[in-house]
Design a protein around this ligand. Structure first.
Ligand SMILES: Cc1cc2nc3c(=O)[nH]c(=O)nc-3n(C[C@H](O)[C@H](O)[C@H](O)COP(=O)(O)O)c2cc1C
Length: 171
C-alpha cells in the first residue's frame, strides 16, 4: 500500500504495529481518594535535563481524564510476572484495583506491588494527536524496586525476555 494512501485498514495498521515489541507500564493516580490507572505500551523516554517521559492516550480512555485532572501521576514499570496486573488495568471498569496490592508513592499515587520501578511525574504538556493525546510528564522522583525481567507486549501477547547475558548485543 503506497504511503500516501494511508494504511489499508485500521486493523491492518494495528496488526503491523503489533510487530513492534513494547514494554508495559501502568499509569496510576489517586482521584477522590480512590486509585485510578490504565495500561500503556506507548511509553518512551524523551529528555534527561529536564527529565521528561511521554506516552500516547486514547481519547476513549475513561481513566485518563481522572488522572490528568490531578496533574500528577505515577508510571509503574511492570515485571514479566505481572500480566494479570496489566489485564486488570487494561479493562475499563469501576474498580480495576480490586484484586491488586499497592502502596502510595511520595506524591500520593499508587505504586503497584511487584513493579520493577516507578516514576512520579507532573503533567507537563499534552498535545492532540489524531484519536490520541500525546502526554509529556516531568519526572520529579523515581525508584528502582526490583531486578527482574520486564513485561513485554508483542503481537497481542505477553512475553518475557529470555536472552542470557552475553547472547545480546550491546547498544
Ligand atoms: C499491552 C497494552 C498496552 C496498551 N497501551 C496503551 C497506550 O499506550 N495508550 C492507551 O491509551 N491505551 C493503551 N492500552 C489500552 C488501555 O490500557 C485501555 O484501553 C484502558 O485501560 C481502558 O480503560 P479506561 O477506560 O479505564 O482508561 C493498552 C493495553 C494493553 C493491554
Amino acid at each position: 500500500m503506497p504511503h500516501d494512501e494511508g494504511p489499508a485498514t485500521t486493523d491492518d495498521f494495528r496488526l503491523l504495529l503489533g510487530h513492534i515489541p513494547t514494554g508495559v507500564v501502568a499509569v496510576t493516580a489517586t482521584r477522590d481518594n480512590r486509585p485510578v490507572g490504565l495500561v500503556v505500551g506507548s511509553f518512551f523516554s524523551i529528555s534527561l535535563r529536564p527529565p521528561l517521559i511521554g506516552f500516547g492516550v486514547n481519547n476513549t480512555s475513561s481513566s485518563w481524564p481522572l488522572i490528568s485532572a490531578g496533574h500528577t501521576f505515577c508510571v509503574n514499570v511492570l515485571a514479566a510476572d505481572q500480566d494479570d496486573v496489566s489485564r486488570a488495568l487494561a479493562t475499563a471498569g469501576p474498580d480495576k484495583f480490586a484484586n491488586l496490592r499497592w502502596h502510595t508513592s511520595e506524591a500520593g499515587s499508587p505504586v503497584i506491588d511487584g513493579a520493577l520501578a516507578y516514576l512520579d511525574c507532573d503533567l507537563h504538556t499534552s498535545h492532540n494527536a489524531g484519536d490520541h493525546q500525546l502526554i509529556i510528564g516531568l519526572v520529579h522522583c523515581f525508584h528502582h524496586l526490583r531486578s527482574a525481567a520486564p513485561l513485554v507486549f508483542y503481537r497481542r501477547e505477553y512475553w518475557s525476555l529470555s536472552s542470557t547475558p552475553g547472547s545480546r548485543h550491546r547498544a
